[in-house]
Design a protein around this ligand. Structure first.
Ligand SMILES: Nc1ncnc2c1ncn2[C@@H]1O[C@H](COP(=O)(O)OP(=O)(O)OP(=O)(O)O)[C@@H](O)[C@H]1O
Ligand SMILES: [Mg+2]
Length: 230
């Protein structure tokens, strides 16, 4: 359960997300999608219930431990890139690695590698204002990926993009999953994207009503993300 004051925003939800799965969350405005994503992504806590990454109950971690856990294991992509305007693309992408206390030269190499992979190698010294919308969003994806987190959460990542950039970004998620076996949980209003994902969770009024698609078959994954809200 999750309340904001007297408003019951999330009801009972039980959810397991397998490693390597691409899951979409859809539903009307105000259904609780962002709140659910923030709880899954450890940016917010449930009032009743718990989130597990493998054996780790993230709600029991102290603030510092949680920050370190998040830096290592979780990446975020938001609707409006949220890049730091005074830093270049390269510097923005280096930040998560530097926060994880890597050497600057290592952080730079990792950032360049991922920017290169995303086709941005000739844009690394541009500041966000000097990038197109699609480029900004790809830099934001690079920032989310640079520490090779297990799980990437994206909240309407293509909401501010035109059709071409939107399709490219969507394809990128699947390319990244194929390349790095990462797990993606994507809140979207985009039906095309939802259809492409392995599983779609439909939310209304704080509950997951129905779910389309099947979980990936095969051997049991090492560390799924599990959510139990009461
Ligand atoms: N910090 C907050 N304080 C109080 N109420 C909040 C807070 N954040 C969200 N809410 C309320 O919780 C409900 C769910 O919000 P949430 O942002 O999760 O919806 P959403 O499904 O992401 O909607 P949208 O598609 O418009 O982004 C809404 O009614 C919203 O007004
Ligand atoms: Mg939202």
């Amino acid at each position: 359960m999750k309340n904001f004051g007297t408003l019951n925003v999330l009801k009972g939800i039980t959810l397991t997300i397998e490693k390597g799965e691409v899951v979409s969350i859809v539903g009307p405005s105000g259904a609780g999608k962002t709140t659910l994503l923030q709880i899954l992504g450890t940016l917010d806590k449930p009032d009743m219930g718990a989130v597990f990454y493998g054996d780790v109950n993230v709600n029991e971690l102290k603030e510092k431990e949680l920050a370190a856990f998040r830096n290592k294991n979780i990446g975020f992509v938001f609707q409006f890139h949220q890049l730091l305007p005074e830093f270049t693309a390269l510097e923005n992408v280096m930040l998560p690695t530097l926060i994880g206390s890597a050497r600057p030269s290592d952080a730079e190499k990792k950032a360049k590698d991922i920017l290169n992979f995303l086709g941005l190698s000739d844009r690394i010294s541009h500041k966000p204002a000097e990038l197109s919308g699609g480029e900004k969003q790809r830099v934001a994806v690079a920032r989310a990926l640079v520490n090779q987190p297990e799980v990437i959460f994206a909240d309407e990542p293509s909401g501010s993009l035109d059709t071409k950039n939107k399709e490219e970004l969507h394809q990128l998620f699947f390319d990244l999953r194929a390349e790095f076996h990462q797990t993606f949980v994507i809140v979207t209003h985009d039906e095309d994207l939802a259809r492409l994902t392995d599983r779609t969770l439909y939310m209304t009024d704080g509950a997951v009503e129905i779910s389309r698609g099947r979980r990936i078959k095969g051997k049991k994954p090492a560390a799924p993300v599990q959510l139990s809200l009461f």
